[in-house]
Design a protein around this ligand. Structure first.
Ligand SMILES: Cc1cc2nc3c(=O)[nH]c(=O)nc-3n(C[C@H](O)[C@H](O)[C@H](O)COP(=O)(O)O)c2cc1C
Ligand SMILES: CCCCCCC(=O)C(=O)O
Length: 362
Protein backbone atom coordinates (compact mmCIF):
# COMPACT_ATOMS: atom_id res chain seq x y z
CA UNK A 1 0.00 0.00 0.00
CA UNK A 2 1.42 3.43 -0.94
CA UNK A 3 2.17 5.84 1.88
CA UNK A 4 -0.59 8.12 0.71
CA UNK A 5 -3.19 5.50 1.57
CA UNK A 6 -1.47 3.99 4.61
CA UNK A 7 -3.76 4.05 7.63
CA UNK A 8 -2.67 6.74 10.09
CA UNK A 9 -5.39 6.20 12.68
CA UNK A 10 -7.69 3.39 13.69
CA UNK A 11 -10.70 4.76 11.85
CA UNK A 12 -8.71 4.71 8.58
CA UNK A 13 -8.89 0.93 8.96
CA UNK A 14 -12.66 1.19 9.15
CA UNK A 15 -12.74 2.65 5.64
CA UNK A 16 -10.39 -0.06 4.38
CA UNK A 17 -12.34 -2.89 6.02
CA UNK A 18 -15.68 -1.90 4.52
CA UNK A 19 -14.52 -3.02 1.07
CA UNK A 20 -13.56 -6.50 2.29
CA UNK A 21 -16.86 -7.84 3.63
CA UNK A 22 -20.47 -8.27 2.50
CA UNK A 23 -23.10 -5.78 3.56
CA UNK A 24 -24.77 -8.07 6.15
CA UNK A 25 -21.41 -8.85 7.77
CA UNK A 26 -20.50 -5.18 7.80
CA UNK A 27 -23.80 -4.36 9.48
CA UNK A 28 -23.32 -7.12 12.05
CA UNK A 29 -19.91 -5.72 13.00
CA UNK A 30 -20.58 -2.02 12.67
CA UNK A 31 -24.09 -1.92 14.08
CA UNK A 32 -25.51 -1.42 17.52
CA UNK A 33 -28.90 -1.93 19.12
CA UNK A 34 -32.06 0.17 18.96
CA UNK A 35 -31.39 3.62 17.55
CA UNK A 36 -27.66 3.08 18.12
CA UNK A 37 -27.58 5.88 20.68
CA UNK A 38 -25.20 4.09 23.03
CA UNK A 39 -23.04 3.04 20.10
CA UNK A 40 -22.65 6.71 19.14
CA UNK A 41 -22.41 7.89 22.75
CA UNK A 42 -19.48 5.57 23.53
CA UNK A 43 -17.19 7.47 21.17
CA UNK A 44 -18.83 10.87 21.67
CA UNK A 45 -18.26 10.67 25.43
CA UNK A 46 -14.51 10.77 24.80
CA UNK A 47 -14.92 13.88 22.62
CA UNK A 48 -16.02 15.85 25.68
CA UNK A 49 -13.12 14.83 27.92
CA UNK A 50 -10.33 17.36 28.19
CA UNK A 51 -6.76 16.54 29.22
CA UNK A 52 -4.51 18.61 31.52
CA UNK A 53 -0.93 18.32 30.20
CA UNK A 54 2.02 18.91 32.55
CA UNK A 55 5.32 20.51 31.54
CA UNK A 56 8.95 19.95 32.51
CA UNK A 57 8.82 16.27 33.34
CA UNK A 58 11.35 13.89 31.80
CA UNK A 59 9.58 12.14 28.92
CA UNK A 60 12.70 11.11 27.04
CA UNK A 61 11.64 7.47 27.39
CA UNK A 62 8.04 6.33 27.34
CA UNK A 63 7.07 2.98 28.80
CA UNK A 64 3.65 1.45 28.04
CA UNK A 65 4.36 -1.89 29.70
CA UNK A 66 2.00 -3.24 32.30
CA UNK A 67 0.91 -6.54 33.85
CA UNK A 68 -2.43 -8.19 34.63
CA UNK A 69 -2.62 -11.05 37.15
CA UNK A 70 1.15 -11.32 36.93
CA UNK A 71 1.26 -11.59 33.12
CA UNK A 72 3.47 -8.94 31.52
CA UNK A 73 2.00 -7.00 28.59
CA UNK A 74 3.77 -4.60 26.21
CA UNK A 75 0.67 -2.44 26.01
CA UNK A 76 -2.41 -1.79 28.15
CA UNK A 77 -4.50 -2.18 24.97
CA UNK A 78 -5.93 -5.65 24.43
CA UNK A 79 -8.49 -7.28 22.14
CA UNK A 80 -12.09 -7.58 23.35
CA UNK A 81 -13.96 -10.88 22.95
CA UNK A 82 -15.74 -11.04 19.62
CA UNK A 83 -17.63 -13.94 18.07
CA UNK A 84 -16.89 -15.50 14.68
CA UNK A 85 -13.66 -13.90 13.42
CA UNK A 86 -13.95 -16.03 10.28
CA UNK A 87 -16.66 -13.60 9.17
CA UNK A 88 -13.80 -11.20 8.55
CA UNK A 89 -10.86 -13.36 7.53
CA UNK A 90 -10.56 -17.01 6.44
CA UNK A 91 -8.04 -17.75 9.19
CA UNK A 92 -10.31 -16.20 11.81
CA UNK A 93 -9.08 -16.15 15.41
CA UNK A 94 -5.80 -17.83 14.42
CA UNK A 95 -4.86 -14.73 12.43
CA UNK A 96 -6.09 -12.47 15.22
CA UNK A 97 -3.95 -14.00 17.95
CA UNK A 98 -0.92 -14.17 15.68
CA UNK A 99 -1.36 -10.45 15.11
CA UNK A 100 -1.88 -9.68 18.79
CA UNK A 101 1.12 -11.81 19.72
CA UNK A 102 3.37 -9.76 17.44
CA UNK A 103 2.36 -6.73 19.50
CA UNK A 104 2.69 -8.68 22.80
CA UNK A 105 -0.90 -7.80 23.59
CA UNK A 106 -3.68 -9.64 25.41
CA UNK A 107 -6.48 -11.35 23.43
CA UNK A 108 -9.79 -12.29 25.02
CA UNK A 109 -11.05 -15.11 22.81
CA UNK A 110 -14.83 -15.39 22.48
CA UNK A 111 -16.81 -18.49 23.44
CA UNK A 112 -18.29 -18.30 19.93
CA UNK A 113 -14.88 -18.37 18.27
CA UNK A 114 -14.88 -19.83 14.78
CA UNK A 115 -11.59 -21.73 15.29
CA UNK A 116 -10.93 -24.30 18.00
CA UNK A 117 -9.52 -23.13 21.33
CA UNK A 118 -6.55 -25.42 20.74
CA UNK A 119 -5.73 -24.10 17.24
CA UNK A 120 -5.97 -20.55 18.58
CA UNK A 121 -3.66 -21.36 21.49
CA UNK A 122 -1.09 -22.96 19.19
CA UNK A 123 -0.99 -19.83 17.01
CA UNK A 124 -0.86 -17.36 19.89
CA UNK A 125 2.26 -15.40 20.69
CA UNK A 126 0.67 -13.44 23.54
CA UNK A 127 -1.54 -14.19 26.52
CA UNK A 128 -5.07 -15.51 26.01
CA UNK A 129 -8.16 -15.27 28.17
CA UNK A 130 -11.47 -16.98 27.32
CA UNK A 131 -14.83 -15.21 27.37
CA UNK A 132 -17.86 -17.24 28.38
CA UNK A 133 -21.57 -16.71 28.03
CA UNK A 134 -23.40 -18.51 30.79
CA UNK A 135 -25.09 -21.27 28.80
CA UNK A 136 -28.03 -23.18 30.22
CA UNK A 137 -26.06 -26.37 29.65
CA UNK A 138 -23.45 -26.17 32.37
CA UNK A 139 -21.80 -29.36 31.16
CA UNK A 140 -20.81 -27.46 28.00
CA UNK A 141 -19.30 -24.69 30.12
CA UNK A 142 -17.42 -27.21 32.23
CA UNK A 143 -15.89 -28.82 29.16
CA UNK A 144 -14.87 -25.44 27.78
CA UNK A 145 -13.21 -24.44 31.04
CA UNK A 146 -11.25 -27.70 31.16
CA UNK A 147 -10.18 -27.42 27.52
CA UNK A 148 -9.18 -23.78 27.92
CA UNK A 149 -7.10 -24.48 31.01
CA UNK A 150 -5.37 -27.40 29.29
CA UNK A 151 -4.59 -25.20 26.28
CA UNK A 152 -3.05 -22.44 28.43
CA UNK A 153 -5.78 -19.79 28.64
CA UNK A 154 -4.99 -17.69 31.69
CA UNK A 155 -8.33 -16.22 32.82
CA UNK A 156 -12.08 -16.34 32.19
CA UNK A 157 -14.30 -13.38 31.34
CA UNK A 158 -18.01 -13.95 31.87
CA UNK A 159 -20.21 -11.65 29.80
CA UNK A 160 -23.36 -10.77 31.71
CA UNK A 161 -25.02 -8.02 29.67
CA UNK A 162 -26.58 -10.35 27.11
CA UNK A 163 -29.43 -12.25 28.76
CA UNK A 164 -30.98 -11.79 25.37
CA UNK A 165 -29.45 -10.23 22.28
CA UNK A 166 -30.01 -6.50 21.82
CA UNK A 167 -32.55 -5.38 19.26
CA UNK A 168 -30.18 -5.02 16.33
CA UNK A 169 -32.28 -3.58 13.58
CA UNK A 170 -29.65 -3.92 10.88
CA UNK A 171 -29.36 -7.67 11.51
CA UNK A 172 -33.15 -8.01 11.67
CA UNK A 173 -33.58 -6.24 8.34
CA UNK A 174 -30.81 -8.32 6.77
CA UNK A 175 -32.16 -11.55 8.30
CA UNK A 176 -28.57 -12.08 9.36
CA UNK A 177 -27.34 -15.67 9.35
CA UNK A 178 -23.85 -17.07 9.54
CA UNK A 179 -22.38 -17.81 6.11
CA UNK A 180 -21.42 -21.37 5.18
CA UNK A 181 -18.18 -22.36 6.89
CA UNK A 182 -18.48 -19.96 9.84
CA UNK A 183 -19.60 -21.57 13.10
CA UNK A 184 -19.08 -21.57 16.85
CA UNK A 185 -16.87 -24.62 16.64
CA UNK A 186 -16.11 -24.90 20.36
CA UNK A 187 -19.70 -25.21 21.51
CA UNK A 188 -21.42 -28.55 21.68
CA UNK A 189 -23.38 -29.12 18.45
CA UNK A 190 -26.46 -29.85 20.60
CA UNK A 191 -26.51 -26.23 21.70
CA UNK A 192 -26.37 -25.06 18.10
CA UNK A 193 -29.08 -27.54 17.04
CA UNK A 194 -31.43 -26.13 19.68
CA UNK A 195 -30.74 -22.68 18.27
CA UNK A 196 -31.61 -23.72 14.75
CA UNK A 197 -34.92 -25.20 15.86
CA UNK A 198 -35.79 -21.86 17.40
CA UNK A 199 -34.85 -19.88 14.33
CA UNK A 200 -38.19 -18.11 14.09
CA UNK A 201 -36.76 -14.92 15.48
CA UNK A 202 -35.24 -11.92 13.81
CA UNK A 203 -31.66 -13.06 13.24
CA UNK A 204 -29.82 -16.33 13.74
CA UNK A 205 -27.74 -14.72 16.47
CA UNK A 206 -30.78 -13.59 18.44
CA UNK A 207 -32.43 -16.98 18.02
CA UNK A 208 -29.40 -18.73 19.37
CA UNK A 209 -29.25 -16.56 22.47
CA UNK A 210 -32.96 -17.10 23.16
CA UNK A 211 -32.46 -20.83 23.56
CA UNK A 212 -28.96 -21.21 24.92
CA UNK A 213 -28.32 -18.39 27.43
CA UNK A 214 -29.30 -18.85 31.07
CA UNK A 215 -31.55 -15.93 31.99
CA UNK A 216 -32.29 -17.16 35.50
CA UNK A 217 -28.71 -16.58 36.57
CA UNK A 218 -28.06 -14.58 39.77
CA UNK A 219 -25.07 -13.58 41.89
CA UNK A 220 -25.36 -16.85 43.84
CA UNK A 221 -24.50 -18.85 40.73
CA UNK A 222 -21.00 -17.41 40.60
CA UNK A 223 -19.98 -19.84 43.35
CA UNK A 224 -20.48 -22.66 40.82
CA UNK A 225 -17.95 -21.10 38.47
CA UNK A 226 -15.55 -20.21 41.29
CA UNK A 227 -15.50 -23.86 42.33
CA UNK A 228 -14.58 -24.96 38.81
CA UNK A 229 -11.45 -22.92 38.20
CA UNK A 230 -8.62 -21.39 40.15
CA UNK A 231 -7.87 -19.02 37.25
CA UNK A 232 -8.90 -15.37 37.55
CA UNK A 233 -12.57 -14.70 36.78
CA UNK A 234 -13.67 -11.32 35.44
CA UNK A 235 -17.24 -10.10 34.93
CA UNK A 236 -17.91 -8.19 31.70
CA UNK A 237 -20.82 -5.81 31.34
CA UNK A 238 -20.57 -3.97 34.66
CA UNK A 239 -21.81 -0.37 34.43
CA UNK A 240 -22.72 0.61 37.99
CA UNK A 241 -21.04 1.02 41.36
CA UNK A 242 -23.64 -1.32 42.87
CA UNK A 243 -22.67 -4.22 40.61
CA UNK A 244 -18.96 -3.47 40.89
CA UNK A 245 -19.30 -3.70 44.68
CA UNK A 246 -21.26 -6.95 44.43
CA UNK A 247 -18.60 -8.35 42.11
CA UNK A 248 -15.96 -7.63 44.74
CA UNK A 249 -18.15 -9.19 47.45
CA UNK A 250 -18.63 -12.36 45.38
CA UNK A 251 -14.95 -13.08 45.07
CA UNK A 252 -14.34 -12.32 41.41
CA UNK A 253 -10.91 -11.14 40.36
CA UNK A 254 -11.70 -8.30 37.98
CA UNK A 255 -14.42 -6.46 36.07
CA UNK A 256 -14.81 -5.14 32.56
CA UNK A 257 -16.82 -1.93 32.37
CA UNK A 258 -18.68 -2.52 29.13
CA UNK A 259 -21.98 -1.94 27.37
CA UNK A 260 -21.05 -4.51 24.71
CA UNK A 261 -20.03 -1.79 22.26
CA UNK A 262 -23.57 -0.37 22.19
CA UNK A 263 -24.98 -3.69 20.96
CA UNK A 264 -27.14 -4.59 23.95
CA UNK A 265 -29.22 -2.09 25.97
CA UNK A 266 -29.61 1.08 23.92
CA UNK A 267 -29.41 4.20 26.08
CA UNK A 268 -27.07 2.40 28.47
CA UNK A 269 -24.51 4.79 29.88
CA UNK A 270 -21.34 5.34 27.78
CA UNK A 271 -18.61 3.29 29.38
CA UNK A 272 -16.17 6.12 30.04
CA UNK A 273 -18.93 7.86 32.03
CA UNK A 274 -19.49 4.71 34.11
CA UNK A 275 -15.83 3.98 34.77
CA UNK A 276 -15.12 6.17 37.77
CA UNK A 277 -17.98 4.96 39.95
CA UNK A 278 -16.97 1.36 39.26
CA UNK A 279 -13.33 2.07 40.06
CA UNK A 280 -14.29 3.76 43.32
CA UNK A 281 -16.63 0.91 44.26
CA UNK A 282 -13.94 -1.77 44.05
CA UNK A 283 -11.48 0.51 45.84
CA UNK A 284 -8.28 -0.92 44.37
CA UNK A 285 -9.13 -4.55 45.21
CA UNK A 286 -9.12 -5.74 41.59
CA UNK A 287 -8.25 -4.60 38.07
CA UNK A 288 -10.96 -2.69 36.24
CA UNK A 289 -10.87 -2.95 32.45
CA UNK A 290 -13.00 -0.95 30.06
CA UNK A 291 -14.12 -1.21 26.44
CA UNK A 292 -16.43 0.64 24.07
CA UNK A 293 -15.71 3.49 21.68
CA UNK A 294 -11.95 3.59 22.19
CA UNK A 295 -10.57 4.87 18.90
CA UNK A 296 -7.59 7.08 19.83
CA UNK A 297 -4.51 7.00 22.04
CA UNK A 298 -6.02 9.93 23.90
CA UNK A 299 -9.08 7.76 24.66
CA UNK A 300 -6.84 5.04 26.10
CA UNK A 301 -5.02 7.67 28.16
CA UNK A 302 -8.31 9.10 29.45
CA UNK A 303 -9.53 5.65 30.53
CA UNK A 304 -6.26 4.92 32.33
CA UNK A 305 -6.40 8.31 34.05
CA UNK A 306 -9.94 7.60 35.27
CA UNK A 307 -8.75 4.38 36.87
CA UNK A 308 -8.77 1.63 34.23
CA UNK A 309 -5.98 -0.93 34.53
CA UNK A 310 -6.20 -1.72 30.81
CA UNK A 311 -8.55 -1.19 27.88
CA UNK A 312 -9.99 -3.51 25.25
CA UNK A 313 -10.82 -2.63 21.67
CA UNK A 314 -13.43 -4.45 19.61
CA UNK A 315 -14.36 -3.12 16.18
CA UNK A 316 -10.96 -1.49 15.46
CA UNK A 317 -9.11 -4.81 15.50
CA UNK A 318 -11.86 -6.39 13.38
CA UNK A 319 -11.23 -3.66 10.80
CA UNK A 320 -7.53 -4.54 10.85
CA UNK A 321 -8.33 -8.25 10.56
CA UNK A 322 -10.65 -7.73 7.58
CA UNK A 323 -8.26 -5.41 5.78
CA UNK A 324 -4.95 -7.12 6.50
CA UNK A 325 -5.29 -10.38 8.46
CA UNK A 326 -2.75 -10.89 11.25
CA UNK A 327 -0.67 -7.94 10.05
CA UNK A 328 -3.71 -5.70 10.12
CA UNK A 329 -4.38 -6.66 13.74
CA UNK A 330 -0.76 -5.98 14.68
CA UNK A 331 -0.84 -2.65 12.90
CA UNK A 332 -4.03 -1.56 14.67
CA UNK A 333 -2.47 -2.41 18.04
CA UNK A 334 0.79 -0.65 17.12
CA UNK A 335 -1.05 2.44 15.89
CA UNK A 336 -3.10 2.64 19.08
CA UNK A 337 -0.07 2.04 21.30
CA UNK A 338 2.03 4.60 19.45
CA UNK A 339 -0.78 7.14 19.81
CA UNK A 340 -0.79 6.35 23.53
CA UNK A 341 3.00 6.91 23.66
CA UNK A 342 2.54 10.18 21.81
CA UNK A 343 -0.13 11.26 24.29
CA UNK A 344 2.01 10.23 27.28
CA UNK A 345 4.89 12.32 25.91
CA UNK A 346 2.78 15.42 25.44
CA UNK A 347 1.04 14.88 28.79
CA UNK A 348 4.36 14.61 30.65
CA UNK A 349 3.71 11.08 31.97
CA UNK A 350 6.55 8.69 31.04
CA UNK A 351 5.04 5.54 32.56
CA UNK A 352 1.51 4.25 33.07
CA UNK A 353 2.01 4.64 36.82
CA UNK A 354 2.44 8.40 36.29
CA UNK A 355 -1.06 8.71 34.80
CA UNK A 356 -3.67 9.66 37.38
CA UNK A 357 -7.04 11.33 37.86
CA UNK A 358 -5.54 14.84 37.78
CA UNK A 359 -4.74 14.37 34.08
CA UNK A 360 -8.40 14.72 33.06
CA UNK A 361 -10.54 17.77 33.74
CA UNK A 362 -13.37 16.81 36.13
C1 LIG B 1 -19.01 -8.17 15.86
C2 LIG B 1 -18.94 -8.15 17.36
C3 LIG B 1 -19.12 -9.35 18.05
C4 LIG B 1 -19.03 -9.34 19.44
N1 LIG B 1 -19.11 -10.54 20.10
C5 LIG B 1 -18.98 -10.56 21.44
C6 LIG B 1 -18.99 -11.78 22.14
O1 LIG B 1 -19.12 -12.86 21.56
N2 LIG B 1 -18.86 -11.74 23.49
C7 LIG B 1 -18.72 -10.56 24.17
O2 LIG B 1 -18.60 -10.56 25.39
N3 LIG B 1 -18.71 -9.39 23.53
C8 LIG B 1 -18.81 -9.36 22.20
N4 LIG B 1 -18.75 -8.17 21.53
C9 LIG B 1 -18.53 -6.93 22.31
C10 LIG B 1 -17.04 -6.65 22.50
O3 LIG B 1 -16.45 -7.57 23.38
C11 LIG B 1 -16.80 -5.26 23.08
O4 LIG B 1 -17.54 -5.12 24.28
C12 LIG B 1 -17.14 -4.13 22.14
O5 LIG B 1 -16.87 -4.46 20.81
C13 LIG B 1 -16.33 -2.89 22.53
O6 LIG B 1 -16.70 -1.79 21.78
P1 LIG B 1 -15.92 -1.26 20.48
O7 LIG B 1 -16.27 -2.19 19.37
O8 LIG B 1 -16.49 0.10 20.32
O9 LIG B 1 -14.44 -1.24 20.78
C14 LIG B 1 -18.81 -8.14 20.14
C15 LIG B 1 -18.65 -6.95 19.44
C16 LIG B 1 -18.70 -6.95 18.07
C17 LIG B 1 -18.50 -5.66 17.34
C1 LIG C 1 -25.85 -16.77 20.55
C2 LIG C 1 -24.76 -16.22 19.74
C3 LIG C 1 -24.52 -14.88 20.25
C4 LIG C 1 -23.30 -14.31 19.64
C5 LIG C 1 -23.27 -12.96 20.10
C6 LIG C 1 -22.07 -12.29 19.69
C7 LIG C 1 -22.11 -11.01 20.39
O1 LIG C 1 -21.94 -10.94 21.57
C8 LIG C 1 -22.38 -9.85 19.62
O2 LIG C 1 -22.32 -8.74 20.19
O3 LIG C 1 -22.72 -9.97 18.46
Amino acid sequence: MGTQNAPLRLTDYRDLAAGHVTRPVWDFVDGGSGDERTLAANTAAYDHRRLRPRILTDVDKIDTRTALFGTPLATPIGLAPVAYHRLLHPEGEVATVRGAGAAAALTVVGIFASRTLEDIARAAGGPLWLQLYWLRRRAVLEQLIDRAEAAGYEAFVVTLDAKRIGQRLRDMRNGFTLPEGVAAVNVDPAVMAEAHQAHEADSAIAAHAETSFDRALTWDDLAWLRARTSKPILLKGVLTAEDARLAAEHGVDGIVVSNHGGRQLDNAVPTIDALEECVQAVAGTMPVLIDGGIRRGTDVFTALALGASAVLIGRPFLWGLAAGGAEGVTDVLRLATSELEHTMTLMGTPTLADIDRTAVRP
